[in-house]
Design a protein around this ligand. Sequence first.
Ligand SMILES: [Zn+2]
Length: 121
Amino acid sequence: MRNVLNIKDLNIHFGENCCQDVVIKGQIAKVFSAVLTFEALRCPNCGMENQQSIVKNGTKKSRIVLPEVSGYPAFLDLNKQRFLCRECSSTFSAQTNIVEKNCFISRATKVSIALYARKTI
Ligand SMILES: [Zn+2]
C-alpha cells in the first residue's frame, strides 16, 4: 500500500481493510487510513531527551488530499500519534515528511498539480 501511494515514511502503517469507498461531496472517493507512530526521542518544546518522560497520548486524525487513484479522488486519513512530555507538560504530534507542517495537501499532490500545469501550458 505504501508503494501504491508512494509514501516513503516507514513510520506510517497501513492496516487491513485500509482502503474504503466513501461518498464525499456526492462523489465516490478512495479513503485510505493509516497510523503514524514511532517512539519520540526528544521533546520539541523543552529538548528533554529522556524517553521515560515522553509518553504516548492518543492520536489526532487529519485528512490529507492525495493524487487521484484510478480516476477517483483520494484521501489519506492519517491518525497521528500524540505525545505528552512529563517534564514540561507540553503535547506534540508525530510529524511526517509527506505533508508540510499544518498543511493538508500532500507533496505528491503538489507535484502532480505542477506537472499538469506544465502540460497545459
Ligand atoms: Zn518537554
